[in-house]
Design a protein around this ligand. Structure first.
Ligand code: V1S
Ligand code: CA
Ligand code: ZN
Length: 379
C-alpha cells in the first residue's frame, strides 16, 4: 500500500507484465511494445510506484481466452510460429494474420501477458480491492472473437468487461483511441448491460472504416452503442468540450457500476498514424473527467505510435489517477531518458499541427444527435 496516499486520493493498482516490452511486431511495423517499457521506466522515474500497488500479473490461461474467443482461433495462436507459419497459409486468411497482425516470436505469450494483466486488473476491481486499476499494455480493441485485426490478437477489453459483468450489472466502455473500438462494440452490440462509446476519426479510407453515428446497437442493445465520428485535426478545446458534454449525460443516464476507459495515445498530435491535434494535457483531461465520477475504473492503453509521446501521456495519466501533479521537467534519474530529448519535458510544445476539418457547426450537430439518442436509454 502507498506510504503517502492523501486521504482523498483513490487506491490505484498498476499492472505491468514483466517482459511485455520485449516483443517485436517487426522492423517496418508501427506497433512497438517497447513503448510499455518506456512508460514503465518513466512511471518509476517519477516515483509513482511508491504511491500505488505494483503487480506483475500471471499470463491469461487458454480457458480464460476462450471466454470470448473461438477454440480454433486460440488453438491457431497457440501453435503458430514464424517457422511453421508458411505451412499454415490457409489459416492466414481465416484468422486475418499477415501485414497488420504479423506472426512474431512468442506471439501467444504476448497475448497471454496483456490479457492476463487486464483480467487481473478487472478482478481487483470486482473484489473492491482497489478504486482504479491500470494496464497500459492492454486496450487492444480491434480483436474479434475468431480473428485478429488492426495489431490486436486477443481482445483483453472484452475479456475484462466479461469479468466485471460477473459481479456487476452495468459496465460503461469509453474509447479515446483515434480508431473506432469496433471489436468491443461488436462483442456487446446486442447487450443493454454494456454501453460502448468510441470517439474516433471516421472516413472510408481510415482504419477500420466503421463507427458511423448511425451504428447504435440492436435488439436489447439498441441505443447502447454510441459513436462519435470526427475528422482530421480536432483541437483540445473542441474535443474536451464534446467529450464532457457527451460523457456527463451518458454516465448520469446509464448509471454504470464501473467504467472501462481505453486511452489509446494515437489521438495525440504528431502521432505517426493519427491525425488529431490533441495535447497530452487534453488527453489527460478526459481521464481526469471520468475519474471525477468516483466509480470503479479500469484504465487501459491502446494505440500510440510515437513512443516518447505514448510514455509521456500514460505517465501523466498515471499521475492523474493518483491525484498528483507531476513536474514538467522529467526526473533526473530515469532509464531511457535519451528518448525524451531535446526538451526533456513531460509536456513538450506541439509542433506541426494538422488543419482542423471539424467545423463548429458539425460538432454541434454530432452533440445534438448523441444527446437525442441518450433519451431512448431509459426506454
Ligand atoms: N493507418 C494505418 C496502418 N499502418 C499499418 C501498417 C504499416 C506498416 C506495417 F508494416 C504494418 C502495418 N496498418 C495500418 C492499419 C491498421 C491500424 C491499426 C490501429 C490499431 C489501434 O491503434 O487502434 C489499436 C492498437 N491498417 C490498414 O489501414 C489496412 C491496410 C488497410 C493498409 C495497411 N496494410 C499493411 C494492410 C491493409
Ligand atoms: Ca476510439
Ligand atoms: Zn488506434
Amino acid at each position: 500500500e502507498g506510504l503517502m496516499r492523501p486521504h482523498n486520493a483513490p487506491r490505484v493498482a498498476y499492472y505491468h507484465p514483466k517482459d511485455v516490452g520485449n516483443y517485436h511486431y517487426g522492423e517496418r511495423h508501427p506497433m512497438r511494445p517497447h513503448r510499455m517499457e518506456l512508460t514503465n521506466q518513466l512511471v518509476l522515474g517519477y516515483n509513482l510506484h511508491e504511491k500505488m500497488t505494483m503487480h506483475s500479473p500471471r499470463k491469461a490461461t487458454e480457458t480464460e481466452l476462450l471466454e470470448f474467443h473461438d477454440n480454433d482461433y486460440v488453438d491457431f495462436l497457440k501453435r503458430v510460429t514464424p517457422k511453421n507459419a508458411q505451412n499454415l497459409t490457409k489459416d492466414w486468411t481465416k484468422f486475418n494474420v499477415g501485414d497488420d497482425c504479423p506472426i512474431f516470436h512468442d506471439l501467444f505469450s504476448f497475448c497471454q501477458q496483456y490479457a492476463g494483466a487486464s483480467l487481473a486488473a478487472a478482478r481487483k476491481l470486482s473484489s473492491n480491492s482497489t478504486d482504479i486499476a491500470i494496464n497500459w499494455s492492454g486496450g487492444l480493441h480491434h480483436a474479434k472473437k475468431g480473428e485478429a485485426s488492426g495489431f490486436c490478437y486477443v481482445n483483453d477489453i472484452v475479456l475484462a468487461i466479461l469479468e466485471l459483468l460477473r459481479h456487476q450489472p452495468r459496465v460503461l466502455y469509453i474509447d479515446i483511441d483515434i480508431h473506432h473500438g469496433d471489436g468491443v462494440q461488436e462483442a456487446f452490440y446486442l447487450s443493454n448491460r454494456v454501453l460502448t462509446v468510441s470517439f474516433h476519426k471516421y472516413s472510408a479510407d481510415f482504419f477500420p472504416g466503421t463507427g458511423n453515428l448511425s451504428e447504435i446497437g440492436s435488439d436489447l442493445g439498441k441505443y447502447f452503442s454510441l459513436n462519435v465520428p470526427l475528422q482530421d485535426g480536432i483541437d483540445d478545446e473542441s474535443y474536451i468540450s464534446l467529450f464532457k458534454s457527451i460523457m456527463e449525460p451518458t454516465i448520469t443516464t446509464f448509471q454504470p457500476s464501473s467504467i472501462v476507459l481505453q486511452c489509446g495515445a494515437d489521438s495525440l498530435g504528431c502521432d505517426r498514424l493519427g491525425t488529431f491535434n490533441l495535447s497530452i494535457a487534453a488527453h489527460g483531461e478526459c481521464v481526469r473527467f471520468i475519474k471525477s465520477f468516483n466509480l470503479p475504473l479500469l484504465i487501459l492503453g491502446g494505440g500510440g505510435y510515437r513512443q516518447s509521446s505514448v510514455a509521456r501521456c500514460w505517465t501523466y495519466e498515471t499521475g492523474i489517477c493518483l491525484g498528483l501533479k507531476l513536474n514538467n521537467s522529467l526526473p533526473e534519474n530515469c532509464n531511457y531518458k535519451e528518448f525524451f530529448g531535446p526538451d526533456y519535458l513531460l509536456h513538450p510544445p506541439l509542433t506541426g499541427k494538422i488543419q482542423n476539418l471539424n467545423s463548429k457547426k458539425n460538432l454541434e450537430k454530432i452533440r445534438i444527435i448523441i444527446k437525442e439518442k441518450l433519451r431512448y436509454l431509459n426506454g
